[in-house]
Design a protein around this ligand. Structure first.
Ligand code: F6R
Length: 242
């Protein structure tokens, strides 16, 4: 694991955007799995701007969902689908045939998970996963205690995720379960970038990056990822020893 500490959120976002762009430049057929959430928002805006300014094409890329709130419609502004559509897919005119999102309204979520696992295999695996870290140490919706051996699965969200998740929604929303790629997908991704910015992530960053890897802190999996890069700002890194 490599840890890159940047001055602030903007600088970390700039480097995360550059990393996605360079992955796509090196391999226009890249399979990308990009988290939703506040942390990577600016990185995606910068990525889209660079792609449009420098005519870097994402037309051959595949986009794989990392996760979704179960039962939340894709046109709800708090959903991961809405976030990715508005920030990335629409501005880059990504064709729907390139996009694989979880249908979290499906009556058969197990089938959704199976389809996603099969898609990832068919596409040759994920080239780049860009993840955030939750206040409870989750990555995707891999909540504390989750098995590291799971592929896509449905999971009961813990109290922290249910309450922190309200920030994405205009009105109070019942969040009970998530559908997510599993830690197996996280560890199998060829490159893993984890972003953490702001002082509120300092405690969890310390635990994930410097404490023994354990199922209680799923984001800690980055410590043992052979191509894991942490992009963190000085505020989130303030409790790190190194
Ligand atoms: C969202 C996701 C989550 C978030 C995490 C941090 O697709 O996978 O794990 O990355 O909850 O969210 P923010 O960035 O809003 O602090």
């Amino acid at each position: 694991m490599q840890i890159n500490i940047y001055k602030d959120h903007s600088t970390a976002s700039f480097h995360a955007a550059e990393a996605i762009i360079s992955t796509v430049e090196n391999n226009p057929d890249s399979v990308l799995c990009l988290a939703a959430g506040d942390t990577p928002r600016l990185a995606y805006e910068l990525m889209v701007k660079t792609a449009l300014d420098q005519t870097i094409s994402f037309a051959r890329c595949t986009f794989i969902a990392l996760d979704e709130w179960v039962g939340i419609e894709p046109n709800n502004e708090g959903s991961c689908s809405y976030f990715l559509n508005n920030l990335i897919f629409k501005p880059l005119s990504i064709n729907t045939s390139q996009i694989y999102l979880f249908d979290s309204l499906s009556a058969n979520l197990a089938e959704e998970c199976k389809k996603m696992d099969e898609t990832i295999i068919k596409k040759g695996g994920i080239d780049l996963m860009l993840a955030g870290v939750g206040m409870n140490g989750h990555i995707g919706f891999n909540e504390p205690g989750v098995s590291p051996h799971l592929y896509s699965h449905v999971i009961n969200l813990d109290d922290t995720t249910r309450s922190v998740g309200q920030k994405y929604f205009k009105k109070s929303t019942a969040l009970t379960q998530g559908i997510t790629l599993g830690l197996k997908h996280v560890s199998n991704s060829k490159q893993l970038i984890m972003m953490a910015t702001g002082s509120k992530k300092a405690n969890v960053a310390k635990q994930a990056l410097e404490e023994e890897v354990s199922i209680d802190m799923p984001a800690g999996i980055i410590q043992i990822h052979p191509q894991g890069i942490v992009m963190i700002d000085e505020e989130a890194a303030m409790f790190l020893k190194h």
